[in-house]
Design a protein around this ligand. Structure first.
Ligand code: FEO
Ligand code: CA
Ligand code: CA
Ligand code: CA
Length: 723
């Protein structure tokens, strides 16, 4: 990553994106801020360009380091715990693995914080359950009983009086009670920290809302609701029509200008069956058994007979209206929704971007039929009920690292089937089968095609999406939306590098997308013509940030794109962080970014704990990246968002201690050796001490780690990055 690319990322360099530029000098730096650093950046585990050290200083500083099991902030800043797993909340509790945060001001010192609860980390959930929730669950008995069954069971095959069924249901119900969304009320004394003040807006939607009380069920909008209502179907019927039980896998999200919150259901496949039939109906819940072996806990939909086609959607809730049902908007497609970005401009259609976080997942755009009159009008939620869903096809840039073009392909019955071929990957030395909707349309899910000839035969057999998805009208459109990922593969959508967060840059209207990692898995593989490392590597596991600008009217469907920031070690051409995930932009235009490196992938150990970075947009430090925070052990920092005055940054600490659970003592640590390179290019060795497990937030050895949300402010008061 060179400085010019970073300036491009920030919209202030030699960037050709229309409207992206802020005032700038001839050097590409902007007018404005003082020469002081935006904040005293926190220590990083590897040398980075912004650490202020010369080569000798880097060698001395980084020769021996110790990671810490705490949230490390710059001097002069502090974090207050706002809520933690297990806190009472409405008719339930503050859930596990908090992710997206959205703050809605009710007044100067009152606000609603909407929080996503994504998934269960089996080890730390079990270790913390008694402290956080209270009571006992049959963890050991269940692990033992399932050991003879390879750690899994289809609850539907168990007799009603089987004690195993009771144990499965108790554990699964407790886990589902820790997933979904919550709304908490906050208040503060003038100049003081934000604190919870339980009130009438407090709300909890869990993974099982509506399971016991039908009045708590969620609604569905758009064509998929017609599929849900249909009596005749190829697959499973949950008997609920277009009503839906619960929401889970809620990862990132976003806000609308009319005050509602969008919550993205991501890794549905961990809890319910993802594959669907040609008519959009689900396969049996038996296809995704309940599974628990102490290290993993999933298949949580199985004991309750949940239909897989009702998860993997974008959910809209109005935090100010707790009596109003949450709605899953099917025009936004069903896939592993990571995040969402909303563009609402008066006189234009509503535009909603979202990515599917899997290797080979696509970037999507919804365009409403109707146009917006007033972006703040709550009636704008109706715009989600009629429009079109499109998926991005990227054309390679003319030169490496340059600007590319692309177009949005509509997901509609008349769209031609035109998938990538295996030879596309073979040109980059990669063996990659192409996953497409199964060619036997009586079989659900995907089929892998390993030769160009097989793909060509498939195209002849199924020339358009209408040939793959039978039916008429809303039912056919609903089936395409339910199977959006495979339908997107069929029409030639570009397989992405795990798109995570998406945000609109308010200065330009462009879209910023965090692509967390290039490479492949059983799910697919990022297009090596698009997602390349700094030296043209076809696999680059450290991620990028992309800037994308739509061109012309929404109908034209054209865009330009550029990879503008690259993860990785500085001596490999990266910026010093790995795996960008959530993004947000403050009113100065600075980009705040949190990382999600896998804590179980040793190759990523170099990057230490997950962290929060600021990329200043103006002043002498524009074009550099500063580490604002590093998280406690084995966690991920998620959901960055500000209060109205930007004097508080809210962050969620997700899955502390995910790998090793509760840390018994400070002596529980391991030594790692890392080979680093200083800024002059000379390699050197580092001895690093790494605590195993976590005790966050208590900090007391032996006490379990618990996910929670913090509010970060300056001790001196005032905006986080001014003065
Ligand atoms: Fe839940 Fe893709 O992060
Ligand atoms: Ca994420
Ligand atoms: Ca992630
Ligand atoms: Ca994660």
């Amino acid at each position: 990553m060179n400085r010019r690319d970073l300036l491009t990322l920030l919209g202030i360099g030699a960037c050709s994106f229309a409207g992206a530029a802020l005032p700038r000098t001839a050097e590409g730096s902007t007018e404005g801020n003082a020469a002081a650093l935006p904040f005293p950046s926190v220590p990083t585990p590897l040398p980075v360009p912004s650490d202020g050290l010369d080569a000798d200083g880097q060698r001395r500083t980084y020769a021996r380091i110790e990671l810490e099991d705490r949230l490390v902030l710059p001097d002069g800043y502090r974090a207050d715990l706002v809520a933690v797993w297990g806190d009472p909340l409405a008719d339930g509790r503050f859930g596990f693995n908090n992710d997206h945060l959205s703050l809605l001001a009710l007044g100067a010192d009152r606000a609603l914080l909407t929080v996503n609860f994504e998934y269960i980390s089996a080890r730390s959930w079990r270790e913390g359950y008694a402290e956080a929730v209270g009571g006992e669950l049959p963890f050991e008995a269940l692990i033992e009983a399932l050991a003879a069954r390879d750690g899994r069971v289809d609850a539907g095959t168990l007799p009603a009086d089987d004690p195993l069924l009771e144990s499965v249901r108790r554990v699964a119900e407790a886990a589902m009670a820790d997933l979904g969304l919550g709304v908490i009320e906050l208040e503060r004394q003038p100049g003081g920290p934000w604190r919870r003040r339980p009130g009438r807006f407090d709300r909890r939607i869990t993974g099982l809302s509506g399971w016991r009380d039908p009045a708590q069920r969620l609604r569905s909008s758009g064509p998929a609701a017609a599929v849900f209502r249909r009596r005749e179907r190829l697959g499973y019927d949950d008997g609920l029509g277009d009503a839906i039980i619960g929401s889970f896998a809620n990862c990132a999200g976003g806000e609308t200008p009319w005050g509602t919150v969008l919550s993205a259901e991501e890794n549905l496949q961990n809890q319910v069956a993802e594959a669907v039939h040609a008519d959009g109906s689900s396969v049996s819940p038996a296809a995704r058994p309940f599974a628990y072996d102490g290290q993993r806990l999933d298949g949580l939909g199985n004991p309750f007979g949940l239909a897989g086609n009702k998860y993997g959607w974008m959910v809209e809730i109005d935090p100010r209206r707790p009596e109003q049902a949450a709605v899953k908007h099917s025009w936004l497609g069903r896939f592993r929704h990571e995040a969402v970005a909303v563009k609402a401009v008066a006189g234009q259609p509503l535009i909603v971007y979202s990515g599917c976080d899997r290797h080979g997942g696509h970037l999507y755009r919804f365009v409403s039929d109707a146009t917006i009159r007033d972006p703040a009008d709550p009636a704008n939620s109706d715009l989600f009920t009629a429009g079109r869903l499109e998926v991005a096809h990227f054309d390679p840039p003319a030169s490496a690292g340059g600007e590319g073009r692309g177009r949005w392909l509509p997901l509609e019955p008349s769209s031609p089937v035109a998938p990538l071929s295996p030879s596309h990957f073979a040109r980059y030395g990669l063996e990659q089968a192409i996953l497409l909707p199964h060619s036997d349309r009586l079989k659900p899910g995907a089929e892998a095609f390993s030769s160009d000839a097989a793909v060509a035969a498939y195209r002849r057999q199924y020339p358009t999406l209408a040939d793959l998805y039978p039916g008429e009208g809303e039912e056919r459109m609903g089936a395409i939306l339910i199977d959006a990922h495979l339908a997107g593969c069929a029409i030639g959508a570009t397989p992405g590098a795990r798109p995570e967060d998406t945000v609109i840059d308010p200065a330009s209207g462009d879209l910023l997308i965090a692509f967390t990692a290039g490479g492949g898995s059983d799910d697919g593989r990022a297009d090596p013509a698009i997602f390349q490392g700094p030296q043209g590597q076809s696999t680059w596991p450290y991620g990028w940030i992309m800037r994308l600008a739509d061109e012309g009217s929404a109908k034209a469907g054209a865009f330009r794109w550029r990879l503008v920031a690259t993860g990785g070690a500085p001596w490999q051409g990266g910026m010093g962080f790995a795996n960008p995930d959530n993004l947000c932009i403050d009113r100065l235009g600075h980009i705040w970014m949190v990382t999600d490196r896998s804590t179980t992938t040793a190759d990523l150990d170099l990057f230490g704990n997950n962290s929060c970075w600021v990329l200043p947009s103006r002043g002498p430090h524009a074009g550099e990246a500063y580490c604002f925070a590093t998280g406690p052990m084995e966690c991920e920092l998620t959901g960055p968002c500000f209060d109205a005055g930007e004097s508080t940054l809210f962050l969620a600490v997700q899955h502390p201690g995910e790998g090793h659970g509760t840390s018994p003592s400070p002596e529980a640590r391991e030594a790692q050796a890392h080979r680093l390179v200083d800024r002059s290019g000379r390699p050197f060795e580092q001895l690093r001490w790494v605590p195993l497990g976590s005790n966050w937030p208590s900090g007391v050895p032996g006490r379990p780690p618990r996910p929670g949300v913090v509010a970060i402010r300056r001790l001196a008061g005032g905006p986080l990055l001014e003065g």
